[in-house]
Design a protein around this ligand. Structure first.
Ligand code: CMC
Length: 428
């Protein structure tokens, strides 16, 4: 393959180097475009054709349904690793030794106490507040309680900051849910594993012992692993771009949470369940809603179907479908909403519109189903996504700072009015 790409504008040729990634992805390096062409820029709404960075964290190939963290396949990680190992892998680049993992676990626990004053902030939110708004605010508030900015060139300081956010974030998640459910706020149990502790913090009742269910622990562990990173998606790009202004890690992650909230991104898992409920309320006619999804005059979309990059199948959905079946069988769940979900999935998989556009159930289609059967309120689903995505956001922020990336500042093509004279108010 040639090493350059040639661009011709007004008969003048400009050469740009090609960059080839370790998986042979090719990019045209246009860093000098504006300088050599006298200000010509590119336009790419939604960044469908734009690489924002070079990254060594996650590889995904949407056509072939491949997802790998630091070179390890998502299938193998979901089967053989636990969430904390995967978090370490994403953030620090290699799988931990037992000693490193034990230390990471202990250091996270050490940092997992949240300032008690945070409870006052939680109390000030109305019970009706959306948990994603609460979580984003609380994560941002962590900055106020931990004001010293991290020296990103110091491995020790970075490590401590990583442990802080990994330790405190699950507490904020659990408290957000407990506030919603009217339960007293607790600090969990540091003798438990990371995921077991999350479940206990979320579900324990003040008047009885909490019993762990291994199938639920395993399903949540898998869900968190599958959500842990997904390269330059909307929330991760947000975290990187906010951090590129040298904004702190907690505040950058708070912005990522806001981005994740949207129904076209992480909010899809909530939107899936709301859609299934709406279909049930309407009498359960899945065909009617399939027709609505296909009607170009109707804004309705089948939530949980389709993906910006997976145009074949979502490898995470394949893994999580198995976990969903296990959880449903173990809990003996019988739920008309889940029957509607199954019906929709099988109809879509054989419908010409969906097959032609390669629209398959994505990870959020199944994650919502598991969360519902676990007893997690629908509004908390995207919060659970954020819990899983945390290591990815940290890893991407850390990489962006370590690579000394410039501040993110896209260009535009102005299409507004040309210079005109100001009219005083009485002449308008
Ligand atoms: N239902 C019906 N039609 C759809 C859907 C859907 N869910 N998704 C895409 N289409 C159609 C779309 O109308 C278009 O049709 P046409 O070519 O005739 O104009 C075609 O498929 C391509 O769609 P697109 O909007 O160009 O695709 P995109 O890559 O811009 O959007 C998406 C990807 C995920 C935003 C979209 O598929 C969608 O809105 N899905 C529902 C929301 C959802 O489940 N999101 C979660 C994504 S997974 C979590 C994450 O990683 O963030």
């Amino acid at each position: 393959m040639s090493k350059t790409a040639t661009l011709e504008i007004d008969g003048k040729k400009h050469e740009f180097p090609l960059i080839v990634g370790t998986e042979n992805e090719v990019a045209i390096d246009i860093k000098t475009l504006r300088a050599v062409t006298g200000g010509v820029t590119t336009i790419d709404p939604g960044y469908k054709n734009t690489g924002a960075c070079e990254s060594a964290i996650t590889f995904l190939n949407g056509e072939e349904g491949i997802l790998r963290y630091r070179g390890y396949s998502i299938e193998e990680l979901a089967e053989k690793a636990d969430f904390l190992e995967v978090a370490y892998l994403l953030i620090f680049g290699e799988l931990p030794t037992q000693e490193q993992l034990d230390k990471f676990n202990a250091d996270i626990k050490e940092q997992s106490v949240v300032d008690d004053d945070i409870k006052k902030i939680i109390d000030a939110f109305p019970k009706s507040a959306h948990p994603m708004g609460v979580l984003s605010s609380l994560t941002s508030a962590l900055t106020a309680f931990n004001p010293s900015s991290v020296n990103v060139d110091s491995e020790e300081e970075m490590y401590k900051t990583v442990c802080k956010i990994m330790g405190k974030f699950p507490v904020l998640v659990a408290w957000t849910m407990r506030k919603k459910n009217g339960l007293p706020l607790n600090y969990g149990d540091s003798s438990l594993g990371y995921v077991e502790n999350i479940l206990k913090m979320m579900f324990s009742k003040p008047n009885e012992d909490y019993k762990q269910n291994e199938i639920l622990v395993n399903a949540l562990d898998k869900l968190l692993i599958l959500h842990a990173d997904h390269e330059q998606n909307c929330s991760t790009s947000t975290v990187r771009i906010v951090g590129s202004a040298h904004t702190g890690l907690f505040a950058s992650i708070s912005s990522g949470i806001s981005a994740l909230w949207g129904p076209l991104h992480g909010g899809a898992n909530q939107a899936v369940l709301e859609m299934l409920e709406a279909i049930k309320e309407d009498g359960g006619d899945t065909k009617k809603f399939m027709a609505k999804a296909k009607d170009k005059e109707d804004p309705f979309r089948l939530m949980g179907f389709g993906h910006r990059v997976y145009k074949n199948f979502d490898p995470r959905a394949k893994i999580i479908k198995v976990a969903a079946d296990e959880v449903l069988a173990d809990l003996g769940v019988e739920d008309p909403v889940l029957d509607i979900a199954k019906g929709l999935a099988s109809e879509a998989l054989s419908d010409e519109y969906f097959v032609k556009r390669k629209l398959y159930p994505n990870v959020d289609f199944y994650s919502g189903i598991i969360y519902r059967s676990m007893g997690i309120p629908v509004e908390m689903f995207t919060v659970m996504f954020a819990l899983g995505r945390l290591p990815g956001w940290i890893a991407q922020w850390k990489e962006m700072r370590a690579r000394k990336e410039p501040i993110g500042r896209p260009r535009q093509i102005y299409i507004g009015e040309n210079l005109r004279d100001f009219k005083t108010i009485e002449k308008r």
